[in-house]
Design a protein around this ligand. Structure first.
Ligand code: NAD
Length: 356
C-alpha cells in the first residue's frame, strides 16, 4: 500500500511511519506541518529509506493535499495530524478548531476529489482512516463502566470537542459522498518519542533532572494506558482490514490513576538510577491545582477490534513503562533540545517551571 500519514512527525504518527517503513509498505508519505509538536528527529531511523518521504505541508491546504495524493498515487490516508494537548486547548482553543475541525474538512475534500478520479478497483480499495481519541466519549464514574463504539459522544474539553466534531464530519463524508472511511478511538498512549509536555515523559524527564513532578489535584484521575507500538499495530489492522463505515475502540484494559503512574516511574528510576542519600524520586511528587473540567476516568472496551480484526496488545503496562523509562534514560539526544527550546503555554509546563 502507498499510504499518506498526516502528522507523521508527531508522537504516534512517527511510530506509524517507522513501523510502516520497516514493514515494507510500498510508500509512506508523511505530511506534517512541523508545529511545536512535530519533530523530524523522531524519523531519523527511516529518513533515508527509499519508501519514505516527508512533505512539510498543512492539511488545511486542500489543493496541496490533492496534489500530493495524485503525485504519490495514494491508496490510503491515515489522518493523525492534530493539536493534541488538552491543557493547550483550554488556554487557546482556536487553533484546535482550525486544525482538528477545519483542517480535517479540507483533507476530506482533497481525499474525496482524489478518490472520485480513481478507477473502479482503486476506488473500492481506497481508505480514509481517521485516528481519534476516547476523550470524545466524555468521562466515566469510578465504577466498572467502559466506552464501547455505541457510547454517546459527550466531550468535555475543547480538544475532545474538536476531535468529536472531526469524527462526525468524517462519517458525514462517508454517508453523504460515499468516501470509504474507517475510524478508531484510542485511549492514552505512552512510549518513546513522546513530547515532554505529557504526563509520562514529563515525569520521567523531570525526575532525571531532579525537578518536581507535578500531578493534578489528588492524582486520582484514571486513564487507560496503551503502548504506542500496540496502537500502531491496531491502526495497521484497521486501515488494511477494517470494514468501511465502522469505528473501532482501541485500548489495553490498563487503567491506572495518575499518581500511581508517577509513583511507578519513581520506583523504576529508584532501581535504575538511585538518588543520593537513599532518597526516593517519590519525594519529588508535587500536587498542583487541578485542570479545569478534568475528566475523572476513561476506560475502553476493545472487544470489537479483538473479535473482528484479531488484535491484542503485546505489552503489559508495567513492561511498556519500564521500556519507556529506559528509552528516555538512553536518548537524551532526543529530548534535551526540546527542553532547551522552552516550549511555552501549557498549564502543566508553566506550573512545573514555577515549581522548579
Ligand atoms: P502530536 O501532538 O504528538 O502530533 C501531532 C502532529 O501533527 C505534529 O507532528 C504536528 O506537527 C502535526 N500537525 C499539527 N497541525 C498540522 C497541520 N495543520 N498540518 C499538518 N500537520 C500538522 O499528537 P499525537 O499524540 O501523536 O496524536 C496523533 C493523533 O492521535 C491525534 O489526532 C490525536 O487526537 C490522536 N490520539 C492521540 C492519543 C495520545 O494518547 N497521544 C490517544 C488517542 C488518539
Amino acid at each position: 500500500m502507498r499510504i499518506l500519514v498526516t502528522g507523521g512527525a508527531g508522537f504516534i504518527g512517527s511510530a506509524v511511519c517507522r513501523q510502516l517503513v520497516a514493514g515494507g509498505a510500498a510508500r509512506v508519505v508523511n505530511v506534517d506541518k512541523l508545529t511545536y509538536a512535530g519533530n523530524l528527529d523522531s524519523l531519523r531511523t527511516i529518513e533515508r529509506q527509499a519508501n519514505y518521504v516527508h512533505y512539510r505541508a498543512d492539511i488545511g491546504n486542500e489543493r496541496g493535499m490533492l496534489e500530493i495524493m495524485r503525485r504519490e498515487k495514494i491508496d490510503a490516508v491515515m489522518h493523525l495530524a492534530a493539536e493534541s494537548h488538552v491543557d493547550r486547548s483550554i488556554d487557546g482553543p482556536d487553533i484546535f478548531i482550525e486544525t482538528n475541525i477545519v483542517g480535517t474538512v479540507r483533507l476530506l475534500n482533497a481525499a474525496l476529489a482524489y478518490w472520485s478520479e480513481l478507477a473502479i478497483g482503486a476506488r473500492e480499495r481506497f481508505r480514509f482512516h481517521h485516528v481519534s481519541t476516547d476523550e470524545v466519549f466524555g468521562d466515566l464514574p469510578f465504577d466498572g463502566s467502559v466506552f464501547t463504539e455505541e457510547t454517546a459522544y459527550a466531550p468535555s474539553s475543547p480538544y475532545a470537542a474538536s476531535k468529536a466534531a472531526s469524527d462526525h464530519l468524517v462519517r458525514a463524508w462517508a454517508h453523504t459522498y460515499g468516501l470509504p472511511v474507517v475510524s478508531s478511538n484510542c485511549s492514552n498512549n505512552f512510549g518513546p518519542y513522546h513530547f515532554p509536555e505529557k504526563l509520562i515523559p514529563l515525569a520521567i524527564i523531570n525526575a532525571i533532572e531532579e525537578k518536581p513532578l507535578p500531578v493534578y489535584g489528588t492524582g486520582m484521575n484514571v486513564r487507560d494506558w496503551l503502548h504506542v507500538e500496540d496502537h500502531v499495530r491496531a491502526l495497521e489492522l484497521v486501515v488494511r482490514q477494517g470494514r468501511p463505515g465502522e469505528s473501532y475502540n482501541i485500548g489495553a484494559r490498563a487503567e491506572r490513576c495518575n499518581v500511581a503512574v508517577v509513583e511507578r516511574i519513581c520506583d523504576l528510576l529508584d532501581g535504575r538510577r538511585p538518588r543520593e542519600l537513599g532518597r526516593s524520586y517519590r519525594d519529588l511528587i508535587a500536587f498542583v491545582p487541578d485542570r479545569p473540567g478534568h475528566d475523572r476516568r476513561y476506560a475502553i472496551d476493545p472487544s470489537k477490534i479483538e473479535r473482528e480484526l484479531g488484535w491484542k496488545p503485546r505489552l503489559g503496562f508495567d513492561e511498556g513503562l519500564s521500556m519507556t523509562v529506559d528509552w528516555y534514560l538512553a536518548n537524551r539526544w532526543w529530548w534535551e533540545p526540546i527542553r532547551h527550546r522552552r516550549y511555552s503555554g501549557t498549564r502543566l509546563g508553566e506550573r512545573q517551571r514555577r515549581l522548579a
